[in-house]
Ligand binder design. Sequence first.
Ligand code: CUA
Length: 161
Amino acid sequence: MRHDVIERYELGWMGVSVVLVVLLFVGVLASMISDTLPGVVESRTRFVDPAHLETTAYAKPGLHEENGELHAYVVARAFTFTPSVLTIPAGRRVTFHFTAADVLHGVQIEGSNINFELIPGHEGVASATFRTPGTYTSACNEYCGAGHQNMAFKLIVENAK
Ligand code: CUA
């Protein structure tokens, strides 16, 4: 092969890699701008006593407004989530708090970045804004016992009335 031919091949493949890099950049940028996935703003793990959930905010599971912010508390327990159906308004930021009361469970809300392994004693906290009304389901995704396959969580996102 002649020297200038090899250079032409190299130039061609360099062009291909530049196109791929540009496409990757545009793709990431487009998904950030279009906001098609509810982005998790912050996510952290905190500690909570599983034997005394009644002394914590989990005593009243469900959606609460605290100082103008929406917080949802969900307890996973063999073999149900409490609440098992949670309704939130579309377009409003909600901070989700999940914990497990007995054994290991898991939750992943379809169409979002919320994905927690629920360990007793630990609290999964994440804020997200769901813009698209609909029903988002999650099966418990950690094996937790005989009723594991029937353990499900449903998030309903509704337009504000
Ligand atoms: Cu709970 Cu599997």
